[in-house]
Every structure is written in C-alpha cells, then in structure tokens.
Design a protein. Structure first.
Length: 136
C-alpha cells in the first residue's frame, strides 16, 4: 500500500489535464501493479477522466457545466460569491475521485484518456489530491 498527498498549484476556472502531475507523484511508489485511487479533498472542484488530445473538449465541458449550473436566481448558498453553489453542484455531478489501474508502474489509461481537474471556482486556490495505491 502507498499513499501520498499531491498539492496542485492554483488553476483558473475550467478543466485542466493533471495526468502528468499524478504520474510524477507516483514515481516514489514501490507498487508496480494494482489500483490507484485519486481523491480530491475539496467540495468546489472535481476529478474526471476524458480526452487528453483536443483542448476543445475541456472548453466544451466548461461551457456545458456553466450552462446547466451557473446563474440560477434561486441559489441561497452564495456565502463565498456567485460561483459558490454552482461550484458545489459541478463537483457533485462530476465526482471527487477516479480510479485507474496501475500496470508496470504506470497509469493504465487509454490512448486518448487523461485525468482532469475541474476547477469550478473563479479563484479556487491550491488543491490537495490524495493518491492511494493498493496492489501487489
């Protein structure tokens, strides 16, 4: 078993590929085959897996999430600004974790798959991600 916390630099609002940062954090792991559980410790950011090649996918995802979650007149929870409740909704819709197989010490993602950080706040700040590896 291996566990570490990855501290991400602040990202602007939107979807960002963090696969490389996760892979870098896993270099100190002695487990070569197993499962990597990737968990974000925040309620206004999310993790998901999607296309890693065309950045327009990330732009389209941001546009879609904004269309369904932003600027609702009935939101009460706006203590930290107008992006507060929309950020919580987006994080709940997308989720706080992903699980990826680890094979020969590498994330076993598909050719066009990457791990996304969904930053749903205008100024979300640094994010913490817990990486847990279980395996042989």
């Amino acid at each position: 078993m291996f566990q570490t916390t990855l501290r991400l630099r602040p990202y602007p609002r939107g979807f960002h590929l963090i696969t490389g940062e996760v892979e870098e954090a896993l270099r100190e792991c002695s487990v070569h085959n197993g499962i990597v559980h990737i968990f974000i410790k925040h309620t206004s950011a999310s993790l998901t897996i999607n296309e890693n090649a065309d950045p327009s996918v990330r732009s389209d995802m941001e546009s879609f999430m904004n269309e369904i979650c932003d600027d609702k007149h009935y939101f009460i929870h706006t203590y930290e600004g107008n992006d507060d409740m929309p950020a919580h909704l987006k994080a709940s819709l997308l989720g706080s974790s992903v699980t990826v197989p680890l094979t020969n010490g590498r994330l076993n993602l598909g050719t066009w798959q990457g791990i996304y950080l969904g930053e749903h706040r205008d100024r979300g700040g640094s994010r913490q991600i817990v990486l847990t590896v279980a395996g042989a």
